[in-house]
Ligand binder design. Structure first.
Ligand SMILES: Nc1nc2c(ncn2[C@@H]2O[C@H](COP(=O)(O)OP(=O)(O)OP(=O)(O)O)[C@@H](O)[C@H]2O)c(=O)[nH]1
Length: 261
């Protein structure tokens, strides 16, 4: 048996680069594929082969669907901090270190009892990395576009970002506009209404977030995961998922009584 890379679940197979995926399925790149009912031990067998150990503990079903979400916006609007807040529940305060090129993290969220894996790409906002990040737009199913509510230029640049998105991204990409740093009330220069108005003009959902306090960060990613899951697995009899309505209902819930549904 020849295994050059070991892919631990079906999502990993889906997320490998296209050229490699083609090679995987059309050549003898991997000679054995593990198949069988959920829970029979495919992953454990693979881990035993790959790492020479058995991982005991609770059974976690292999993720069935996954999507790529990309964070975009000017440098220092808080893309990395929003991602770290969502992934680790922490705030990256202190010295600002600009992202170089592109970075990514995975997080699994549960939507209607189904695990949905989000691969989240954190892009560099600095102009000099723009040509690098353009190359990745096409692979994203959703884009979170951020501005900083305390910096007008980052808000004014949103139109230019949207122009780039329409040029380079998939036609049906899900876009959400986020006004970040909502905790900085004293320094605010862009009102909530201005953000909402711009989002309405482009027909995209909008909310204000704070990576520092965590406000609406979870909701933004959950709304995206839900929209993508519904688009991909919508049953003919199911009503169409309305992301705007979902956001509004969850905003009200989270302000009064906690967790997202
Ligand atoms: N108060 C407050 N500060 C934030 C928030 N989000 C980010 N910051 C701060 O803003 C600065 C920039 O944050 P980053 O997340 O690194 O910005 P970025 O958009 O990833 O920047 P690039 O990597 O250059 O594109 C850091 O000093 C953060 O601590 C927030 O919600 N509230």
């Amino acid at each position: 048996m020849k295994v050059t890379n070991v892919y631990h679940n079906s999502y990993d197979l889906l997320s490998i680069p296209k050229a490699q995926a083609r090679l995987f399925f059309t050549s003898r790149y991997v000679d054995t594929i593990l198949v069988g009912d959920s829970g029979v031990g495919k992953t454990s067998l693979l881990v035993q082969f790959d790492q020479g150990k058995f991982i005991p503990g609770s059974f976690s079903a292999t993720v069935g669907i996954g999507f790529t979400v990309m964070l975009l916006g000017d440098s220092a609007v808080g893309k990395t901090c929003v991602l770290v807040r969502f992934k680790d529940g922490a705030f990256l305060g202190g010295n600002f270190i600009a992202t170089v090129g592109i970075d990514f993290r995975n997080k699994v969220v549960t939507v209607d009892n189904m695990k949905v894996k989000l691969q989240i790409w954190d892009t560099a906002g600095q102009e000099r990395f723009r040509s690098v990040t353009h190359a990745y737009y096409r692979d994203a199913q959703a884009l979170l576009l951020l501005y900083d509510i305390t910096r007008k230029s980052s808000f004014d640049n949103i139109r230019a970002w949207l122009t780039e998105i329409y040029e380079y991204a998939q036609k049906d990409v899900v876009i959400m506009l986020l006004g970040n740093k909502s905790d900085m009330t004293a320094e605010r220069v862009i009102t909530h209404e201005e953000g909402e108005k711009l989002a309405k003009q482009y027909g995209v959902p909008f909310m204000e977030t704070s990576a520092k306090t965590g406000v609406n960060v979870e909701l933004a990613f959950h709304a995206i995961a839900r929209e993508l899951k519904h688009r991909n697995l919508q049953q003919p009899h199911e009503p169409k998922f309305k992301i705007h309505d979902y956001i509004e209902s969850q905003k009200q819930k989270s302000s009064c009584c906690g967790s997202l549904v």
